[in-house]
Design a protein around this ligand. Structure first.
Ligand SMILES: [Zn+2]
Length: 499
């Protein structure tokens, strides 16, 4: 008994020695104040920052400000070449409409004109010729697939526009088809606007490799009768109900696709690291993240065209800055290292976080948790929705930490809007799909969401200060814990391995 106890206490000794005193934690927490939060959100959500579009000079200014704060707190740079900035390239591309054409061969030839009969729905392809047999995919994409997907490689897959979303697109791409032909039941009156939108110059998602699959959006009015003549049941295709079926059509599609890069740009993530104090655990990392960018200057509403994004997501960005300031004061430092990350390109498609996850300065396998804050400065005083609680034991840890700090009067509650799939709609998702357990702090949307009126005067900095303190206590708990957070098995297989 004694002996066992001695061994146990020896094992515990290093961790006890490394714990922060209550006084040190209190001093750190007290640095998180409503005044600081209001002031800092006021800086990055000011009209002069013109909505922090990706890329833009104002986004660069905000990144430089955050980097200077991280430097002042004594964080180590985690970006490129010993700086706080991690940069990723962005290509601006434009479809060469005059040279792009599609032809259906089989039972007569039909030529489809770019802009009139079809558009490219995705710009991540190389100029080239894409050809394959047409295969009709009917039914729902939501259930398990009974079809032989290996037989779909190199084919031109015809799907309904109603069946299209990003996740399904990724799944279709994994079957390595030559092309995906999305039949769009769009009214003629709207078609020209769709065609214009997909023909103008646009930025290419920097996180995705440029592939050898073309995504065509074809106009039902033009292509529908041709598909019917080939024996396709177009109504069933559009319905998208029942089990997923693949039906080869006796025809080929040949696409002459032309696109060119018109411009190169780049955008920053800001990365600051607080090195852990435990000799072993310091090579593991907790990431606190938020997105610096918003949607820039846009359509005026009541005479205002600057989309300030004070809540979305200056509030989360400043939550990360405030937490960094608090963590940096702890004596001793937390056992695990903490990465403070503010990304860009979130509003464009989670670009910066995707790039970070693919080019992390530390092995992603050593990132034990991601705590993401996106919109934490509005709505109810005493609760914060935390998305992802059910997917790992971070949820139980948060409940315990929240209960231990009743003075915060901030109750973490479960996802109120599972049907909105917010789990897939902010930067934490890029960590989750790499196998990092996440929690996402989110106060929900409001009437000012993605409008010029999401401005600083509407921010509840007092409320936000209590959320930041909760994130701080949680982050400290995770950083000091003996064991790293664990996924729930079924969540892991669904979200990470995709089964
Ligand atoms: Zn947003």
């Amino acid at each position: 008994m004694r002996h066992a106890l001695r061994v146990l206490s020896l094992l515990l000794l290093p961790s006890l020695a490394a714990a922060q005193s209550t006084g040190s934690v209190q001093r750190a927490v007290q640095s998180i104040t409503p005044d600081d939060i209001r002031r800092r959100i006021g800086i990055i959500a000011d009209d002069s920052m013109r909505g922090r579009d990706t890329p833009s000079p104002e986004l660069e200014e905000v990144a430089a400000y955050i980097a200077s704060e991280f430097r002042r707190f004594g964080l180590k740079p985690g970006g490129d070449n010993g700086t706080f900035m991690q940069r990723y390239g962005i290509d601006r591309v434009r479809v060469v409409a005059d040279s792009s054409v599609a032809m259906i061969h089989g039972g007569g030839d039909t030529t489809l004109t770019y802009g009139t009969s079809f558009v490219f729905l995705d710009n991540n392809f190389e100029s080239g010729d894409y050809a394959g047999d047409l295969v009709l995919l009917t039914g729902s994409f939501d259930g398990p697939t009974q079809i032989d997907t290996a037989a779909l490689a190199g084919k031109m897959l015809v799907i309904s526009g109603r069946a299209r979303n990003r996740a399904r697109g990724q799944r279709l791409l994994s079957w390595r088809p030559a092309g995906i032909v999305v039949v769009l039941p769009i009214a003629d009156s709207l078609w020209s606007r769709v065609a214009e939108q997909y023909t103008q110059s646009q930025m290419r998602d920097p996180a995705r490799p440029v592939g050898r699959t073309v995504f065509l959006g074809v106009r039902l009015a033009t292509v529908g009768p041709r598909l019917t003549s080939l024996g396709a049941d177009v109504d069933a295709l559009l319905q998208g109900a029942g089990p997923l079926r693949a039906r080869p059509l006796a025809a080929q599609l040949h696409v002459h696709a032309r696109i060119r890069v018109t411009d190169h740009a780049s955008a920053p993530n800001v990365v600051g690291i607080l090195e852990g104090s435990d000799p072993r655990l310091k090579s593991e990392y907790v990431v606190l993240s938020a997105h610096m960018d918003h949607v820039g200057v846009g359509r005026p509403v009541n005479g205002d065209s600057i989309y300030n994004g004070a809540d979305d997501d200056a509030s989360g960005t400043i939550a990360v800055v405030e937490a960094a300031e608090a963590f940096a004061q702890l004596q001793p430092r937390p056992k695990r290292s903490i990465i403070f990350l503010t990304v860009s390109g979130e509003e464009k498609g989670l670009w910066g976080s995707a790039y970070f996850a693919d080019h992390s300065p530390v092995p992603v396998a050593d990132i034990v948790a991601n705590l993401n804050t996106d919109m934490v400065g509005r709505n109810w005083k005493d609760t914060i929705v935390v998305i992802g609680k059910e997917h790992s034991d971070l949820g139980a840890t948060l409940n315990r930490v929240g209960a231990a700090h009743p003075e915060l009067r901030m109750q973490p509650i479960d996802d109120l809007w599972p049907q909105e799939n917010f789990y897939g709609r902010s930067d934490h998702y890029n960590f989750a799909r790499k196998g990092v357990p996440i929690l996402f702090f989110f106060n929900g949307t409001h009437a000012d969401y993605h409008r010029p009126s999401d401005s600083v005067d509407k921010i509840d900095a007092e409320k936000e200060s209590r959320i930041v303190k909760l994130v701080f206590y949680l982050g400290l708990d995770v950083a000091n814990a003996a064991d790293r957070p664990k996924w729930k098995a079924d969540s892991y297989s669904r979200i990470v391995t995709g089964n």
